[in-house]
Design a protein around this ligand. Structure first.
Ligand SMILES: Cc1ncc(COP(=O)(O)O)c(C=O)c1O
Length: 451
């Protein structure tokens, strides 16, 4: 596939083949999936995705922050192919194999917490979170968890119980697991305490200690604080430095495990291997998935070895840490360490800088925030009232799609930019140009509607 020719839209969208496939999808595939626009992907190379009608898109979604090294990176494909010819599956639950041991060793070295670490292998983010919840209860013999409003941790019952992102994710699924209490997150643009970052003295740790621990939640019965280092689905919300610092201090004070969910923010996306490293905080447990294996299913829970004290039979998964996924992860990590993580920091800073310039000219943009190549643009109807511009956000995403740029939404009215970590300033410029063109069109249409 020729990577140079992008974006290139040759047909109406969706094209004829895409339309036919979407009809079939609607007939046979679960309607629970959220699809923003009708992209039917056929192949991918680097930062380009080609659909079934030959239209080429610049991908600023990376399959939801997952294809960290770009689509089908030759080194990842080579690692997958080599392993597939040797051993596809043997189940690490009952047998040993080298790729799983090698990856555990590597992840233990990368663990940003204290002391030596051990690794549990699952297949997804939610499995990593379930494992963290079970280990936290097992190790502490405590039952409660604290998580955060706006947070997203997955859709199985444990992780869903921690999730506080959208009501539709919980509707008619209750009762969820008991013992989870949600606290406000450090969302400074929409401060839950109605304060502003300059004068704010309140933080979530203080609120937990002064309110929750005095009223409804016995601190000595809390097993873990589970928190996204940067909120993903909730709106690419970057909390201030003291948010994690104070929370982790609070956790230590009461013997609570500090569990960071780096499913979306981890694996080099923010310019460091784990976003929590930007905060100078040492977590007890880290969960990551998405970008770890460039698209193969893998989720891991990395914990201090002293915490991972559960015995044989207590927790496992047949497919978790599959040899092919482990080899893909080892190849991915090598690429991240040999330049992609640094590239995410450099190109991310460039993109953020230019988006801030765009913000000055476009009042639809209320806030631009991010770290590395994890960037959110929050759209508002009015800069003073900050009323979320939900319709405009959705329109903007569609316009970008029609012009060949793939982006996704998150939060109420936020656009997320999560491209593969291989993009250069040139791709950033192409995306910026399409974004601006689309913004202007949405603004014009909004004026026409008088809202
Ligand atoms: C922060 C975070 N945690 C957990 C999950 C769940 O991951 P998965 O969909 O792989 O189960 C996600 C998925 O979007 C996520 O963004």
């Amino acid at each position: 596939m020729e990577q140079n020719f992008y974006p290139q839209i040759k047909t109406q969208l969706p094209g004829p083949k895409a339309r036919r496939l979407i009809e079939e999808d609607h007939q046979f595939v679960s309607p629970s999936y959220t699809r923003y626009y009708p992209l039917v992907a056929e192949k991918g190379e680097g930062f380009v995705v080609e659909d079934v009608d030959g239209n080429r898109f610049l991908d600023f979604t990376a399959g939801i922050a997952t294809c960290s090294t770009g689509h089908c990176h030759p080194k990842v494909v080579e690692a997958i192919t080599r392993q597939a010819q040797k051993l596809i599956h043997m189940s690490g639950t009952d047998f040993y194999y080298q790729p799983q041991i090698e990856l555990a060793k590597k992840l233990a070295q990368l663990f940003p917490g204290r002391g030596p670490a051990k690794v549990y292998f699952g297949n997804s983010g939610t499995e990593g979170i379930e494992a963290a919840m079970k280990l936290a209860r097992y190790h502490t013999r405590r039952q409660y968890f604290i998580s955060f409003l706006g947070g997203f941790h997955g859709r199985t019952y444990g992780s869903l119980s921690l999730t506080g992102s959208k009501v539709v994710q919980r509707e008619r699924f209750g009762p969820l697991i008991p013992g989870v209490v949600q606290a406000p997150y450090g969302y400074c643009y929409r401060c839950p305490y109605n304060s502003n970052p300059e004068s704010c003295k309140i933080d979530s740790a203080e609120w937990i200690e002064e309110v929750l621990f005095r009223t409804i939640l016995p601190a000595e019965e809390v097993a873990g604080i589970v928190v996204e280092t940067i909120q993903g689905e909730g709106g690419y919300v970057v909390p201030p430095l003291n948010f994690h610092q104070n929370l982790s201090r609070l956790a230590q004070k009461y013997g609570i495990l500090y569990i960071v969910d780096e499913v979306q923010s981890g694996m080099g996306r923010t310019g460091k291997m784990f976003a929590i490293e930007h905060y100078g905080v040492q977590p007890d447990i880290v969960v990551t998935a998405k970008g770890i294996a460039s698209g193969l299913p893998l989720g891991v829970m990395i914990a201090s070895a002293s915490i991972m004290d559960w015995g044989p039979g207590s927790h496992a998964s047949t497919f978790g840490g599959n040899p092919i996924a482990c080899e893909a992860a080892l190849a991915t990590i090598e690429l991240l360490e040999n330049g992609l993580m640094q590239n995410a920091a450099d190109v991310g800073a460039y993109l953020l800088d230019n988006l801030k310039k765009l913000q000055i000219q476009h009042p639809l943009i209320g806030d631009v925030r991010g770290m590395g190549l994890m960037i959110g643009i929050e759209l508002v109807q009015d800069l003073e009232t900050k009323t979320p511009a939900i319709r405009q956000r959705d329109k903007l995403i569609h316009k970008c799609f029609e012009k060949g740029l793939l982006i996704l939404g998150c939060g109420l009215s936020v656009i997320r930019l999560a491209p593969p970590l291989i993009i250069s300033r040139h791709e950033a410029d192409v995306a910026l140009a399409i974004l601006e063109e689309s913004l202007i069109e949405v603004e014009k249409a909004t004026e026409g509607m008088g809202s």
